[in-house]
Design a binder for this molecule. Structure first.
Ligand code: ACO
Length: 428
């Protein structure tokens, strides 16, 4: 602990303890501020507020660094696989070979969903957005798996965690199949996580489906890159929902709902739409001008990040993965990729973007990869949700297992009407 910081409020001097993390900036502990000085702090959007202590993920936004449990994202994406990353996020260390085999086996044995879920799906309109289906059906898991909703029972917490990591790809694939009017494809347990997901999405009963290992590896890498990102909007939503003791399925459904927004997980869908709308490199300057125009709400989708004020390290890996996928699929000239590369080049040398430190984020390239794999844009955020589920669960479990955990309850600066008396209808 560093020396406390003393602040003066009116005549009163208050010592605020300073807490140091293992890396990263110190934090001022203001927990007693209201009790001692009668004031709140004001930080809409939480730009200067640490909402929790955590040992899971570390980001240095200025340096463009992302670590899961201390391991750089580049190393995990290069050498690891998604289930190993899941184990790491959940347990704190990389698994031994035996631990990995056991973990993979347990996830794989939970991949089927309750058969009644298939009938539950029939209630949705065919044209429902797959994210709408995800929010509803993940929430509904608490109705189907009532025996793992007691958050105070460590065994039930573990079972719910495994169930969610295992079943989320199955539900996501069902959301896709339902939308395109094809029969659901059951999971196949001798396939790895990403291959199984590709097969559940793209196999049909009337034709064999052979998983392309390059695409499976690319998808696995996309899952690794999206697995966790410390206290972002959806993770904070999961923690806040969980702080009341809500069951884990309901909390993850809340996270999925938050992820859906275009400022968060919906950005990959929006980025691809924008690249298609731009269409050709010669139209880029007009879009850059729109993005810079204060009177125009348009923003370059896939650019900028609350935390990264440098190149998002995930975007670099994503760009390489995209090249691998396009070359595997024999795509020589993808106009979207050309527009993306040129847009990136122009934006990175434009003073507006340079001064505001707006770099491509993870979503800038992921949409082009997913499109090349055959996913429609409406599935992009769904794939993000599949990957992020493990991060949400790891964060939720860390919160529940913290002995000092309390319900999350922010305060406010009230600017509405002061007390006034009710006026009967006839006298208004
Ligand atoms: N295009 C043009 N200008 C931008 C962009 C952009 N993509 N992003 C930020 N700016 C500008 C803002 O207009 C603002 O300018 P000002 O200071 O002159 O008013 C300044 O940069 C700071 O922007 P804020 O909105 O205050 O930054 P914030 O941290 O709140 O927002 C966000 C971050 C939401 C990611 C924003 O950059 C954005 O909307 N980007 C596009 C959407 C996107 O790609 N989201 C994905 C995020 S990554 C993820 O969720 C996985």
């Amino acid at each position: 602990m560093n020396a406390p910081v003393t602040i003066k409020i009116g005549e009163k001097s208050i010592d605020l303890p300073v807490k140091a993390g293992s890396v990263g900036p110190d934090v001022l502990d203001i927990g007693k501020l209201y009790a001692e000085a009668g004031v709140f702090t004001f930080d809409p959007g939480f730009t200067s507020t640490a909402s929790t202590e955590s040992k899971i993920t570390y980001i240095d936004g200025d340096a463009g660094v992302l670590l899961y449990r201390g391991y750089p994202i580049e190393q995990l994406a290069e050498h690891g696989d998604f289930l190993e990353t899941c184990y790491l996020l959940l347990n704190g260390d990389l698994p031994s070979a035996a631990q990995k085999a056991d973990f993979d086996y347990r996830v794989t044995r939970h991949t089927m969903v309750h058969e009644q879920m298939a009938r539950f799906f029939q209630g949705f309109r065919r044209d429902a957005h797959p994210m709408a289906v995800m929010v509803a059906s993940v929430g509904a898991l608490s109705a189907f798996y009532n025996d793992s909703t007691d958050v105070h029972d460590p065994h039930q917490r573990m079972v719910a965690s495994m169930r969610m990591i295992a079943k989320i790809p199955t539900i996501a694939a069902m959301a896709y199949k339902y939308n395109v009017g094809q029969p659901f494809v059951y999971p196949k347990n001798d396939l790895d996580y990403a291959s199984n997901f590709l097969r559940m999405c793209f196999a049909v009963p009337c034709e064999d489906y052979k998983v392309n290992p390059v695409l499976a590896r690319a998808l696995d890498r996309i899952f690794i890159l999206h697995a966790d990102h410390e206290q972002n909007a959806s993770t904070s939503t999961v923690r806040l929902a969980g702080s009341s003791g809500a069951n884990p399925f309901a909390c993850i459904a809340a996270g999925i709902a938050c992820l859906w927004g275009p400022a968060h997980g919906g950005a990959n869908e929006a980025a691809l739409k924008m690249l298609s709308e731009i269409g050709t490199p010669d139209r880029i300057p007009a879009f850059i001008a729109k993005a810079k125009d204060k009177n125009d709400p348009f923003r370059l989708m896939g650019f900028g990040h609350r935390v990264y004020k440098n190149y998002d390290p995930r975007a670099k890996i994503m760009q390489r993965t995209l090249q691998e996928v396009l070359s595997e699929l024999g795509v020589k000239d993808d106009p979207l990729f050309d527009v993306a590369l040129e847009l990136e080049r122009i934006a990175l040398s434009d003073p507006y973007f340079v001064e505001k430190k707006l770099y491509p984020n993870v979503d800038f390239y992921s949409g082009i990869i997913l499109k090349a794999m055959g996913f429609p844009t409406t599935m992009f955020t769904v794939l993000f949700a599949v990957a992020r589920t493990v991060g949400w669960i790891a964060q939720w479990r860390e919160m529940i297992e913290d002995p000092g955990q309390r319900i999350g309850r922010p305060r406010q600066l009230y600017t509405g009407a002061p007390r006034r008396d009710y006026v009967p209808l006839g006298k208004r």
